[in-house]
Design a protein around this ligand. Structure first.
Ligand SMILES: [Zn+2]
Length: 394
């Protein structure tokens, strides 16, 4: 009997208890950090790793602006494989740079890209010198409207707004410029006259406006990107931005708006539905919001069925196949509990998503019919895609 066993024996006698031997003691699992937590589901359900859309697809939210010629060719290859007939580039810059971007996309890949031009707050001002920016000079709205007209003349199919309004762009007195600032009215009006849509990213996920603490459901994301937090007195509350954008949509009823990222309120589809009911000129696209939609499959499916005329397909960025698959699975299948992104960490919250198995008529609207109706140039591009896809009969 060694020393340890002897001690155990004595302890047993002393306490009148049976002690389990050291070998049987299970060690406590190691305490792990949240960013190490990778629960791997053991659940077995049907999987449909769809590599292409069931119908020709228009991706209304992409950013090929910084791609080289070779990378652009790779993007088109991925589009071919995924049945994405057309991608909308939101990277057209107003002024002389517009033509370069348009040419780069269209020369080698005719009818595969539609280009939107971005709102340009600087104009001929000095980017380093905010006092010289066009947005701070009287009459900005009319000059920007003319820049939009010029871009449309050169092939632009719409206007794009980043989330500057309400979050970044400041007046010279240091106040944030609100989304419903009347100086932009001539721009919204001109878009209606030109019959081009406005694709607007306004606000951001609601969690980004909450404290980045232990209750924040997108904590890992905010931990990696503290600059994405809009919590604090220097920013307006999320709802204030949504309301301001909605006032613009209401005031400019003839202008067609495509609100990026599910109008940045996919966390409350009932509320979003009430907005869509109220504003016939409001449309939404799903870019970077499959994570939000896919965690509420029953509600999302009802939403897609009810508002099928108002929802467009989009991804953001330059999506590789691994990113497209969850989009197609979400829209077309009833797959369960699958990752919404192919990243090593859950980029937008620690959850998986579920498919909503949309019927063909709804899929067609989301994939291309709504885009055909709203975005100039898409109808022709789809027509050409279909013609090119028809195999000659031997
Ligand atoms: Zn984007």
């Amino acid at each position: 009997m060694n020393y340890k066993s002897l001690l155990l024996f004595i302890l047993t006698l002393c306490n009148g208890q049976i002690l389990i031997s050291q070998d049987d003691v299970k060690s406590q699992p190691r305490r792990i950090y949240l960013d190490e937590f990778r629960p791997t589901p053991v659940l077995k359900t049907d999987e449909h790793l769809l590599q292409s859309a069931k119908f020709p697809c228009v991706n209304v939210h992409t950013h090929p602006g910084k791609l080289s010629v070779e990378e652009l060719a790779e993007m088109v290859e991925a589009m071919d494989a995924a049945n994405i007939a057309v991608s909308v580039s939101l990277d057209g810059m107003a002024g002389p740079r517009f033509a370069d971007h348009y040419k780069l996309l269209n020369q080698k890949h005719p009818h595969r890209f539609i280009v939107f031009v971005r709102m340009d707050y600087i104009g001929s001002g000095n980017p380093e010198e905010p006092t010289t920016w066009d947005v701070h000079q009287p009459g900005f709205g009319f000059r920007m409207a003319d820049r939009l007209t010029e871009a449309v003349r050169q092939g632009a199919s719409g206007l794009k707004l980043l989330k500057d309004l309400g979050l970044y762009l400041k007046d010279l007195n240091g106040e944030l410029i609100r989304p419903d600032d009347p100086r932009f009215d001539p721009v919204w009006e001109r878009a209606a006259e030109l019959d081009v849509p406005v694709l607007w990213h306004c606000a951001d996920p609601i969690s980004f406006f909450h404290p980045s603490d232990e209750r924040n459901e997108r904590w890992e994301e905010l931990y990696r990107h503290p600059e994405w937090s809009f919590h604090g007195d220097e920013f307006p509350p999320h709802q204030e931005l949504i309301d301001a954008r909605n006032r613009v949509i209401s005031k400019h009823a003839k202008t067609k708006f495509i609100c990026a990222h599910m109008a940045d309120i996919p966390e409350d589809l009932k509320k979003l539905g009430s907005y869509i009911d109220k504003y016939p000129n409001m449309n939404v696209e799903i870019a970077a919001r499959v994570a939000e939609l896919g965690r509420q499959p029953y509600t999302a499916r009802k939403f897609f069925m009810k508002y099928s005329d108002r929802i467009l397909f989009g991804t953001d960025g330059v999506p590789p196949m691994s990113e497209l698959i969850p989009h197609f699975r979400f829209l077309e299948t009833f797959d369960e509990n699958f990752p919404y992104e192919d990243n090593p960490f859950p980029p937008q919250g620690l959850w998986n998503i579920y498919g909503i198995g949309l019927p063909d008529d709804v899929l067609k609207k989301v994939y291309f019919e709504n885009a055909e109706r709203l975005i100039p140039g898409v109808r022709e591009a789809i027509l050409r895609w279909n013609q090119a896809s028809v195999q000659p009969i031997e």
